[in-house]
Design a protein. Structure first.
Lengths: 520, 647
């Protein structure tokens, strides 16, 4: 992994305190696998949920107590436990906790409501019926989620291309599986899972190709050595550097859903079980942007004048397409998917500012968006018609009259997505756009103008939903289920955070700004 | 009360910045009635039983604090009486910090005493007057809200704080004029007051913007300091904008039209808000901004002119009104005209403007309460042509009203004599053509005032009985309960003696530190006083001949052109409609047209374009993984191609 092949094999030094949170999560995931094998079926749900929650809480404590005071580069240059890593790992653990809580929603039944009893059976088959009858439950989702979080935590701290790629696969594979486990509309779910997998594999290929080119350029996959190589090598080698950079970036941009690498987003978001969608939208975005930040700011920053414009164009197209496409969506989950595409564009604008304040702003944006998104999808999961989720917009008509509180909270989250002041959406956009205007040059200003216009378009979309919920006649027999404690917690945390970060953003923004120093 | 006050003075050890002793508790003045308003409004029906009493008690509490502060100020030297009390950081905006603070000086404490004392009396009066109203609690909540806002207005140490109170009293006034909003006419009267006041408020906002542009601050201290070195143009602009604000709030020409209609509110409201306190806020604003007007002689002249016009305007309208409350409202307008005129005279007139404001607050409130008492006994009849000979039935009302009447006429030694006469003298003392014109106007005004107020008094209390004595609608005039008559009596005592007391207590010297400058000699112009009294006697005598001795027709005679014009408020509404409302309507229509066709068309077209673009783009999302992969590949090729071209 390191540049020069060592003459004598030396064991790498491992700072166990710094990587303790990751170890805790991995351990929890492994315990989850064992639970799946050895604990009786009836008590499995409770044990799995307990293990997942305790694991995530323990990892948070470990992050706070061990990792935060022990910043540094460890594992032989392959992991950098620095400010952004700690901050994003904390965010990921929080998203994970809320995601797991949302996934555990049972509505009084015996198993997690969103997941099929037997993922391996063919939809509508005899086995599926038998599994349902026998009361099987897919409690594997909890260890799968933990594995995904584990991978994401490595991803944001990965300091060389190989580690980054491994982490990418570690968190992607569980997500592919989770996507295919929806209890209802299973064919759609499986189709989504397959598409996500195929396209994910496709993008991984780009990433690997890019990594190979960069290795060819720098003779190392280590970010520090790549950065050094860019400043020392002559421009003759740009033929390797530029395509390598762009291909790696494309692999990462795929994960955040930037246009034109976004095609999987609406399908996967719609097909995946709704709590998984929320988790995926929040956590994947945070992890992938963490990796993008590290890759662009640490490894290839010195060569940014050659590729910045192209990524800027991608950001612009992403914002425009995300906003415009959300206008004609008729499905709530697809609509939120396009909204997430647009948000990816907004965040990219912040990334391209190339300033320390932009790092803080982007990380703040990720937290604000993630919390609102998980809560929003948790609410989407509650609205039902005849037992299955009512995700078509027409089914949301008049919801505000039947369930004023629920619709009100959802409306608030929509306002945050639209970036209306006094919600986290506004402060986050401000935090991401301000550095772009201040340090991004002409391109930064142009991107911000496009971003504001795109926001206006998305605001139209969100307000239309609010109008739909409050000013139209209620759709027949659509009702919101009464959430259990876990979903209530998720929604409460999300909504409170949305308000709090909107009114006193400094609570988290200061933290993010303090944590914006990358270690090599 | 006295011992209580003294103990407060000695115990008030905690000091705020600049304000020491009891003055540091000045925030209580505002907090008490504000608490009352909050409790009564938020408490809802639960506070129905004790709410009115609580509101009254809190208003008296505020008066006690004010009195204590006043007493403690008396104990200090003349230059140390003013105190500044910083409350909290109101608007922290980077370099610019605005502190919410109170300025307790001789001027503001004079207002505080007037507002809380008259206000509390009117609270008591309302206990009787509104006894049978189902929404009594709401009424008292608004009254408390008004008192709190009015105190913010006069105690604020910056134009912004004053503006806060300014809007607060505007709100309270709006709510109270339209208190019986089930009557559409009353609701529209409230709207009228609201709209006209907005025009004035724009003036105050504009003045603040101009100040902020010129001095970077809106507090009195900075503005007073900076205005000396500012250009005359700046000072004139600020001064005229402030005058616009004052015209709106004080119903001065040309924004006078709302006051007559504001009489739709319950009579205690007319007495407190639309006679004694709120409408005088304009005078307060002008006096408080004396430095601005001294730096802008033209703006100062404009103040005097506006005062002079309104003085005559109100007096003429007052002569023709048969509605007792509207006649009193016209008189209020005219008397505030006197105050404005005095304020526009420069340093010579400031103290007398405030002096007249205080005495007027007492005698006019007293007369309004008297009118309310008459209405109370006459089944809410307000037409004076339907009164007559009431003096034998409402003895207390008659007596208290008479003292108010003598006071407004300026008969010595009653209150108005000491204040109004001084304004007339000061106007002449200005000298030159200006002095003569303004002086003559005040003199003529005094004569007309004597006529119409005597007309009102005689038509109501003397002459033949003209009310319905028999039949189902028979009226049985009766005296009001003690809760109503006691406040009237107290105010009557004030109407009779306040002028005398303030004159000999040296009110002008007391106010002097507020204005600074040189103290001027007061000398009495005996011949002028004689002429004034002759005119007053003439006006009153003529009124007696026309309305006391002679029969008053129950139906108003057609009258000459001037009478008709005066009855129609000198066509103020027609003028406003012609000049502003109709062009405004047309402008609105034009704007609506532009909005629906132009703006909405553009927005709608834009939305349609985006929508169309979106549906076309949607076809790319066809659900086939292979085509998604192709999209990605195309993207990669395009990006790499672009890079290759660029490098």
């Amino acid at each position: 992994m390191s540049a020069a092949v060592p003459a004598v094999f030396e064991a790498v030094k491992i700072d166990y305190a710094a990587i303790a949170p990751m170890l805790v999560v991995a351990l929890g995931a492994l315990i989850g696998v064992l639970v799946e094998a050895f604990v009786g079926r009836t008590s499995r749900y409770a044990v799995q949920l307990g293990v997942a929650v305790v694991t995530l809480l323990a990892a948070m404590v470990a992050l706070w107590v061990w990792a935060a005071p022990n910043k540094g580069v460890t594992l032989g240059q392959s992991m950098s436990i620095d400010g952004p890593t700690i901050f994003l790992q904390g965010a990921l653990l929080l998203f994970g906790l809320l995601g797991v809580l949302a996934m555990s929603e049972r509505f009084g039944g015996s198993s997690a409501d969103a997941f099929t009893p037997m993922g391996a059976s063919a939809p509508g088959s005899v086995q599926e019926g038998a599994a349902t009858k026998a009361g099987y439950q897919t409690t594997e989702v909890f260890p799968l989620a933990l594995f995904a979080i584990f991978g994401m935590m490595i991803f944001v701290g990965a300091n060389d291309l190989i580690t980054m790629f491994v982490a990418l696969e570690v968190f992607s594979l569980p997500l592919y599986i989770l996507t295919g486990l929806a209890r209802r509309r299973r064919l759609l779910s499986q189709e989504a899972s397959l598409k996500y997998f195929l396209l994910g594999a496709f993008s991984s290929a780009f990433f690997l190709f890019g990594a190979a080119l960069l290795y060819g350029f720098a003779g190392s996959s280590d970010f520090k050595l790549i950065a050094r190589a860019i400043t020392t090598h002559s421009s003759m080698m740009n033929g390797l550097l530029l395509p390598g950079t762009i291909l790696v970036l494309i692999g990462l941009l795929f994960k955040v859903g930037a246009v034109p690498f976004h095609s999987w987003t609406p399908d996967a978001y719609q097909g995946a079980p709704t709590p998984v969608t929320g988790f995926m939208a929040a956590a994947t975005k945070a992890a992938a942007f963490g990796a993008i930040l590290r890759f662009t700011y640490v490894a290839v920053e010195a060569g940014r004048w050659d590729w910045r414009l192209v990524v800027g164009i991608i950001a612009a197209i992403t914002m425009i397409v995300g906003a415009v496409m959300s206008v004609t969506q008729t499905d709530m989950k697809r609509l939120l998917a396009y909204s997430s595409v647009a948000h990816a564009g907004f965040i990219l604008v912040g990334v391209l500012a190339f300033d320390a304040t932009a790092i803080g702003g982007v990380m703040f944006y990720l937290v604000a968006y993630g919390l609102a998104t998980i809560a929003a999808f948790a609410i989407v999961a509650l609205v039902r018609q005849g037992g299955s989720e009512a995700t078509h917009l027409s089914q949301w008509a008049g919801l505000g009259k039947k369930h004023p509180v629920l619709a009100g909270l959802f409306g608030l989250l929509l306002l945050a997505f639209a970036g209306i002041p006094l919600t986290s959406g506004f402060t986050a956009k401000f935090a991401a756009f301000a550095p772009a205007v201040a340090h991004g040059g002409t391109m930064g200003v142009v991107l911000v103008v496009i971003g504001v216009l795109a926001s206006a378009v998305t605001a139209y979309v969100y307000f239309r939903i609010i109008v739909l919920m409050y000013f139209t006649e209620p759709a027949e027999d659509v009702a919101a289920l009464t959430p259990s404690v876990t979903t209530t917690v998720v929604v409460t945390v999300g909504v409170l955070a949305t308000l709090l970060l909107g009114i006193v953003p400094s609570l988290v923004l200061d933290l993010a700004q303090q944590a914006s120093l990358f270690l090599l | 009360m006295q011992s209580h006050v003294l103990s407060l003075v000695t115990e008030g050890g905690a000091a705020a910045a600049g304000a020491t002793g009891i003055t540091a508790y000045a925030w209580l003045l505002i907090a008490l009635p504000a608490l009352g308003a909050a409790l009564l409004l938020l408490g809802g029906r639960r506070t129905d039983s004790f709410g009115p009493l609580l509101a009254t008690a809190l208003s008296w509490g505020s008066f006690l604090v004010g009195a204590a502060i006043f007493v403690s100020m008396l104990g200090k030297g003349a230059e140390e009486r003013a105190g500044q009390l910083d409350l909290w950081n109101f608007i922290p905006a980077g370099q610019y910090q605005l502190t919410a603070g109170l300025l307790v000086d001789q001027l503001s404490i004079s207002f505080v005493l007037l507002i809380t004392f008259v206000g509390s009396l009117i609270h008591v009066y309302s206990l009787g007057y509104m006894e049978h109203d189902p929404d009594k609690r709401r009424f008292f909540a608004y009254l408390n809200l008004f008192v709190a806002a009015m105190l913010v207005l006069v105690l604020g140490d910056s134009y912004l704080m004053t503006f806060l109170g300014w809007e607060g009293v505007g709100l309270a006034s709006y709510l109270l004029i339209g208190f019986w909003n089930h009557n559409p006419a009353y609701a529209s009267a409230a709207n009228k007051a609201f709209f006209v006041n907005r025009v004035g408020d724009l003036g105050l906002l504009g003045a603040m913007m101009a100040m902020f542009a010129a001095f970077g601050a809106v507090d009195f201290a900075t503005v007073n300091e900076g205005i000396g070195s500012a250009s005359t143009t700046t000072a004139t602009v600020i001064g005229l904008l402030l005058l616009l604000a004052a015209c709106g709030k004080s119903a001065q020409f040309p924004l006078q039209s709302w006051l007559g209609d504001a009489m739709a509110g319950p009579t205690p409201v007319s007495a407190l808000i639309h006679a004694a306190t709120m409408v005088t806020a304009g005078v307060y604003l002008i006096i408080r901004s004396h430095a601005v007007f001294e730096a802008a002689p033209n703006a100062q002249l404009a103040v005097a002119i506006v005062g002079a016009i309104t003085l005559l305007y109100g007096a003429i309208v007052g002569c023709a009104k048969d509605d007792i409350k509207k006649a009193l409202a016209a008189s209020t307008m005219s008397q505030i005209g006197y105050m404005m005129l005095a304020a526009g005279l420069g340093p010579i007139g400031y103290a007398f403007a405030i002096f007249h404001l205080l005495t007027h607050g007492f005698f006019k409130a007293g007369m309004f309460l008297g009118a309310g008492s008459v209405m109370h006994g006459m089944k809410d009849q307000v037409d004076m042509r339907r009164f007559g000979g009431l003096s034998t039935f409402l003895k207390i009302t008659w007596g208290t009203f008479m003292l108010g009447w003598l006071a407004i006429l300026g008969v010595p030694p009653f209150a108005g004599f000491w204040s109004k006469d001084k304004i007339i003298e000061s106007a002449f003392a200005v000298g030159g053509t200006r002095g003569w014109i303004l002086g003559l106007i005040t003199l003529i005004g005094a004569g007309i005032t004597a006529f119409y107020m005597s007309r009102l008094f005689f038509m109501t209390f003397h002459g033949k009985r003209r009310w319905t004595e028999e039949g189902p609608n028979a009226q049985h005039p009766h005296e009001s309960p003690l809760t109503m008559t006691v406040p009237m009596m107290i105010l009557a005592v004030g109407s009779a003696s306040l002028g005398l007391i303030l004159h000999f207590a040296g009110f002008s010297e007391w106010l002097h530190p507020v204005f600074g400058g040189e103290a001027h000699e007061e000398h009495t112009n005996w011949p002028l006083m004689g002429v004034t009294l002759l005119l007053v006697a003439g006006g009153a005598a003529y009124a007696w001949l026309r309305y006391g001795k002679e029969e008053v027709p129950v139906r108003a005679p057609q009258g000459n052109l001037l009478t008709q014009a005066a009855r129609a408020d000198l066509y103020q509404d027609a003028i406003n409609e012609g000049l502003f409302m109709r062009p405004g309507l047309h402008l609105t229509r034009a704007l609506v047209f532009t909005d629906s066709k132009g703006v909405d068309g553009t927005a709608g077209g834009l939305a349609a374009t985006v929508g169309g673009f979106s549906s076309r783009l949607r076809r790319l999302q066809n659900g086939y993984a292979r085509s998604y992969a192709l999209t990605m590949l195309t993207g990669v090729v395009a990006v790499l191609g672009a890079l290759w071209v660029m490098n």
